[in-house]
Design a protein around this ligand. Structure first.
Ligand code: DAT
Ligand code: MG
Length: 151
């Protein structure tokens, strides 16, 4: 019950600063399950759909420029309450207000370069995963621990 999926994306600054491994490690060590992963140059079209709620904001043009300034690493993580838990792990939108121990609180200091994206609700996660990933790019797998057979 409550097994959810969420979209996490390491933004161009995170990729350029070689933070992908450290960010993925946090989700793995928390125990979440990676079910989708790809590196991509995001298109304006994808971004305008992804950030459709922000299109009237003054910072929107700069946000699009930042998000298309280099490749992004997109991932889908699965687990119990992963949407809310990953928001907590990622920290406040504005890194200046993000707590130490969060990704943004540990790796960034300004809202214009906040390293990572995380879906903010179950509905948002479902919408974003559909937008970023094809169905066949999401893989179901079982843990080897559960499939060991003793002869
Ligand atoms: P979040 O990424 O925490 O879900 P959001 O959805 O409100 O935050 O905004 C999306 C991104 O837009 C955010 O990660 C960074 C940018 N952004 C938000 N508010 C901003 C602001 N006041 N100035 C500059 N960029 C901002
Ligand atoms: Mg958001």
């Amino acid at each position: 019950e409550n097994v959810e999926r969420t979209l996490i994306a390491v933004k161009p600054d995170g990729v350029q600063r070689r933070l992908v491994g450290q960010i993925m490690q946090r989700f793995e060590q928390r125990g979440f399950k990676l079910v989708g992963l790809k590196m991509l140059q995001v298109s304006d079209d994808l971004l305008s759909q992804h950030y459709c709620e922000l299109r009237t904001k003054p910072f929107y043009p700069r946000l699009l420029h930042y998000m298309t300034s280099g490749p992004v690493v997109a991932m889908v993580w699965e687990g119990h309450k992963v949407v809310q838990t990953s928001r907590t792990m990622v920290g406040h939108t504005n890194p200046a207000e993000a707590q130490a121990g969060t990704v943004r609180g540990d790796f960034s200091f300004h809202v214009s370069r906040n390293v990572v994206h995380a879906s903010d609700s179950l509905e948002g996660a479902q919408r974003e995963i559909q937008l970023w990933f094809q169905r066949k790019e999401l893989l179901n797998w079982d843990c080897c621990d559960q499939t060991i057979t003793c002869e």
